[in-house]
Design a binder for this molecule. Structure first.
Ligand code: ZN
Length: 357
């Protein structure tokens, strides 16, 4: 006790004030948790607010409370990047072959990848050429025209469908033989061309805010991924390639995807992702689903429906994994490097968010 008193005296008034404030904050925090099971999420308005820890870390505690139904979120359901399941092959390749890996090195010398198996269409012995350094969006399969990033989605999706269906599929094309309920968030492009004959395949596009969910416009189903027309627990597999980054409230969309996935079902997706950034870079602010102003200079991506392109709202950082875990997903991050399947380049990240059973 004497030692404690002496230690207290040694503190300046400011330090004592800080210590008292910390003690008060801790007491209030413990009190606030006393008769709660944990932070609660009130759907459907999703807003995850992160805050900096004193030690420089980052965590989530303040969930924006909005609307009606209560869905308690237990603290032990939260996870971090470290605890989310990871599937890293790129790092192993760098460890084995050095940087640049032998495949990237071959590309830098303008040489093609040979004897490639395409996990999208199942074609063997492909010669994959990369006409420029945009490795992620290049390297076409001569049979199905899939490029690097689409093969990454296939590579990550195939183990998921094997787990869900209990059958091994060699390529996405084989899913046409399956009875899986598949939702593609795009109605154009190579993956649509490959999958659209599957018996329980559904696709949609975002057409306009003036169109109601589920409407068919010129033969295409309109859905806003933040609020779709699908029933709960409908799909085994949801696929989205570079879609979430163009949605004003991407976590609202993730929450909606969770609703329409069956328990154990997976959302396999790619987004613009910066693995060295902790935080998502929000590039435009939105209120009630409408663009308010640009925080960063606008970037527009080409789109099959919208001729002027679609705005990039978010470039995702590592916090996206924490946020998905908080939305009750198990998350697997794939950092791929599978030269034999035409998958190269250090930006080969694919996320799998599986709805917890
Ligand atoms: Zn192919």
């Amino acid at each position: 006790m004497k030692q404690t008193t002496r230690a207290l005296r040694a503190l300046s008034t400011k330090q004592r004030g800080l210590a008292a404030a910390s003690l008060l904050a801790l007491t209030l925090f413990i009190f606030s948790r006393w008769d709660n099971d944990g932070p609660e999420y009130y759907g459907p308005a999703v807003g995850l607010e992160g805050f900096e820890d004193d030690d420089g870390g980052y965590s989530y505690g303040a969930l924006e409370l909005g609307a009606t139904s209560r869905q308690p979120l237990q603290p032990n359901e939260m996870c971090s990047w470290d605890t989310a399941q990871e599937a890293i092959t790129f790092d192993k390749a760098v460890e084995k072959d050095g940087w640049p890996t032998k495949y990237e090195h071959m590309i830098s010398e303008s040489r093609a990848l040979r004897h490639v198996f395409c996990p999208v269409c199942g074609a063997h012995d492909q010669v994959i050429r990369f006409p420029n350094r945009n490795l992620r969006e290049e390297g076409r399969c001569s049979k199905c025209s899939s490029f690097n990033r689409l093969r990454q989605i296939a590579e990550a999706a195939l183990p998921e469908v094997q787990r869900i269906a209990g059958i091994r599929f060699n390529s996405l094309k084989d899913l046409v033989q399956s009875n899986l309920a598949i939702y593609n968030t795009q109605c154009a492009g190579v993956l649509h061309n490959i999958l659209h004959e599957a018996p329980r395949y559904v696709c949609s596009e975002f057409i306009s805010t003036d169109v109601s969910a589920g409407s068919i416009v010129h033969g295409v189903q309109h859905e806003d991924l933040q609020r779709t027309s699908f029933n709960d627990n409908t799909f085994d597999l949801v696929i989205s390639g570079e879609v979430l980054s163009h949605i004003p409230s991407p976590y609202q969309a993730h929450y909606e995807v969770r609703r329409i996935l069956k328990p154990g079902g997976s959302h396999v997706f790619t987004v613009p992702f910066s693995p060295t950034d902790l935080h998502d870079q929000v590039r435009a602010s939105v209120e009630e689903g409408r663009l308010v102003h640009h925080i960063e200079p606008p970037i527009y991506a080409g789109d099959a429906i919208h001729k002027n392109g679609i705005l990039l709202y978010t470039i995702f950082g590592k916090e996206t994994v924490d946020k998905l875990c908080m939305l009750d997903f198990n998350v697997t991050t794939h950092h791929l490097h599978v030269g034999a399947h035409g998958i190269i380049g250090k930006n080969a990240w694919v996320f799998v968010a599986t709805k917890r059973v």
